[in-house]
Design a protein around this ligand. Structure first.
Ligand SMILES: O=C(CO)[C@@H](O)[C@H](O)COP(=O)(O)O
Ligand SMILES: [Fe+2]
Length: 222
């Protein structure tokens, strides 16, 4: 599976998001990852649907919206209308995961499920045939710039093996602590959508950072 790079704008300059997103488009990003945090499910509070809607006018890049909010079912329609292309919900935030995924899909959007580092894969096993992506949190959600948690690699391998065995089509997305080394481990384990926040935005050259991540895994696909 071709590896895609999804820079997370959590580490971008919030006072200049329009230009940050345009810069990603010119730098070869495959998707834009947008972290929505509510100060309840996670400590931090970031951006909501109005900001996504405002950004939508300035790029055609795929908007990968990662909801880290309680009661996500109350907000799906707003995020659909804001221009999200994919909506990812955390399995830990709902009692009704199946219904929630169907709700997202009913709007014609891609629907994905995320799990925290400590959440086992078996919790989402029943919905693996319904989702477009499984997002494996490789740090605890809430902040950018954290250290990659090694034991999450086993979950990626586990998901990859389940996908193969059952003939599922979801992609595995990884989020948190991605750099030139950890990206290789994740892709080897079966991930193909790579979210990178601080690695991309803290670098001097965004285009170069994206290129380096792609180059790190090129050899694996030969
Ligand atoms: O969802 C989250 C954090 O909760 C992420 O998408 C972060 O934005 C990743 O940041 P880095 O670890 O790559 O700096
Ligand atoms: Fe994220």
């Amino acid at each position: 599976m071709a590896v895609k790079i999804a820079p997370s704008i959590l580490s971008a300059d919030f006072s200049d998001l329009k230009n940050e997103v345009k810069k990603l488009e010119e730098s070869g990003a495959d998707l834009v990852h947008i972290d929505v945090m509510d100060g309840n499910f996670v400590e931090n509070i970031t951006i909501g649907a109005p900001v996504i809607k405002a950004l939508r006018k300035h790029t055609n890049l795929f908007f990968d919206v990662h909801l880290m909010i309680l009661n996500p079912e109350r907000h799906i329609e707003k995020f659909v209308k804001s221009g999200a292309d994919n909506i990812t919900v955390h399995a830990e935030t709902t009692y009704h995961l199946d219904a929630l995924i169907n709700k997202i899909k009913s709007f014609g959007k891609k629907a994905s499920v995320a799990i925290n580092p400590a959440t086992p894969v078996c919790l989402i096993e029943n919905v693996l045939g319904m989702v477009d992506m499984v997002l494996v949190m490789t740090v605890n959600p809430g902040y950018g710039g954290q250290k990659f948690i090694d034991y999450t690699l086993e979950k990626i391998r586990n998901l990859s093996e389940l996908r193969e065995r059952k003939g599922y089509r979801f992609e595995i997305e990884v989020d948190g602590g991605i750099n030139e080394q950890t990206v290789v481990e994740c892709v080897k384990a079966g991930a193909s959508v790579i979210i990178a926040g601080s690695y991309v935005f803290d670098s001097v050259d965004v285009k170069e950072a994206i290129k380096k991540l792609k180059k790190s895994v090129e050899k694996l696909n030969e």
